[in-house]
Structure formats: C-alpha cells, structure tokens
Design a protein around this ligand. Structure first.
Ligand code: CTP
Ligand code: MG
Length: 234
C-alpha cells in the first residue's frame, strides 16, 4: 500500500422525511449538541485528505437546507433526491459526473442520519478497500442470539449468528459499477435497501469491513437520546 490517501467522492442521501422519528422536521435537521445532525455528518468528510467533492441529495422542496451555514460551502453540491433512497443516491451519482468524476473513481455513500462516524472507521474502510476490485461497506457483527419467529409469535428456530452482519455506511464502490447496479436493479424492480444490495444483485460480492457499533443511524427518538448522552461537550 502506498502512502498517498485514497481519493474519493461522497454522496449523502438526505431527502428522507424521517417518518419513524415523528419530529416536526426531517431528522437530519434535528439538533445534536451545537449543530444539526446533517452538519455533523458532513463534518465527518469535509476537510479530510482525499475527498474530491461532496454531493448532498435533498428533497426538492427542502426549506431547511438553505438555513445551514454549510449551504454556501463551495465543496458541497446539491442533487434533487427522489422517492426512494436509491433514487436519491442515483441523483447524487449523476451530479458527480457533472463535477468531473470518472467511472473508475471511488464513491462513498453515507446516510445523512449517521452523524457519529468515527475517523478511524472511515480510515479503515479506505485502507482495506482502496485496492479492492469490488468495494464494500462498514458492517457490525450481530452480537445477540438470533431467532426466526413465526407469524404466531413463537420461535421457529435459533439462527447461527456467526455469519450475520449488520450493514452500516459508508458503502464504498466505484462510480460506474454503482450506477450500473442501481439503474439495473431499479429497472428490474428489485428491492434495494442499500448500495451493497444493488452490487450483489449484479452478481458481485462486496467486502465487509468491521466498524464501530456506535455509528448508528438515527431512526427513532431513542436513537437521538442515546447519541445526545454519548455526545457530551465537543
Ligand atoms: N433518504 C433519501 N431519499 C429517500 C429516502 C431516504 O435520501 N427517498 C435518506 C434519508 O434522508 C437518510 C437515509 O436515506 O439519511 C437513510 O434512510 P432512513 O433512515 O430510512 O430515513 P428516512 O427515510 O428519512 O426515515 P423513515 O424511513 O423513518 O421515513
Ligand atoms: Mg426510510
């Protein structure tokens, strides 16, 4: 491995409405300490060695983004998010092309709602995948005993947890392959919940890189309460 930092682009899908959070605004605009969740998330990448540019995919009628200080940051470009997360990511990839990104460039896709990405996790992802032919994702091994449960609420089977991992972000793939995967999966009507599943749909096997369990996606109110406790003064 050489010492040059792996160069990469970033797409942040931030066009969701946060229905499970049930707040007065999309969760990425809720406050965490001194800034909004989205500002913390962007801060995980901005100014980092190797970042070529950052695209944030926003709902077309988003009234909150212009109020953030980073809305004027020249390193950040906007894309119009879509109905599903995959549509928002695809719009972000299209925007990257306008910015001069090439098919062979690395793209890291990271949820707007994951503000607690540690620098060490980002570095490990880049180090372990920088030379990988496919790419991959941060993931966390399942730690609890897993049960397959029937519709009547009774356990059918205890599942071996050893090969089970929880998919986190960032997910890191080359621009051309990821665009091909997301476009093809959308045309085929395949159910795509993250970038890796689109790559799998194409027949490739993304690599998992073990990450920290505290890189949580803020989904429900107790997730934000938990992060607020972790956060402390920063
Ligand atoms: N996202 C997006 N475009 C969509 C849907 C989701 O860019 N059409 C983004 C969200 O803003 C979030 C990330 O994808 O940063 C992960 O999605 P999720 O946690 O499901 O967020 P929401 O869809 O906003 O929440 P919910 O599912 O509870 O409505
Ligand atoms: Mg959602």
């Amino acid at each position: 491995m050489n010492n040059r930092p792996t160069s990469f682009w970033v797409v942040i899908p931030a066009a969701g409405i946060g229905s499970r959070m049930a707040a007065d605004r999309p969760k990425q605009y809720l406050q965490l300490g001194d800034r909004t969740i989205l500002e913390h998330t962007l801060g995980c990448f901005l100014g980092r060695a190797g970042v070529r540019g950052v695209v944030v995919a926003l709902a077309p009628d988003d009234p909150w983004w212009p109020m953030l200080g980073c809305a004027a940051d020249p390193r950040i470009s906007r894309a119009a998010g879509g109905r599903e997360r995959a549509d928002s990511v695809l719009a972000g990839l299209e925007r990257l092309k306008d910015l001069g990104a090439l098919d062979g460039d690395w793209v890291l896709v990271h949820d707007a709602a994951r503000p607690n990405l540690a620098d060490e996790d980002l570095q490990r992802l880049l180090d372990q995948l920088g030379e990988d032919p496919v790419g991959g994702l941060l993931a966390v091994p399942a730690k609890d005993t897993l049960k397959r449960v029937a519709a009547d609420g009774r356990v059918e089977q205890t599942v071996d947890r050893r090969p089970i991992w929880l998919a986190y972000t960032p997910q890191m793939f080359r621009l051309g392959l990821l665009r091909q995967a997301l476009t093809g999966a959308a045309q085929a009507g395949a159910e795509i919940t993250d970038e890796a599943s689109a790559i799998e749909w194409l027949g490739h096997r993304p690599r998992v890189v073990e990450g920290r369990a505290d890189n949580i996606k803020v989904t429900r109110p107790d997730d934000l309460q938990w992060l607020q406790l972790q956060w402390g003064p920063r």
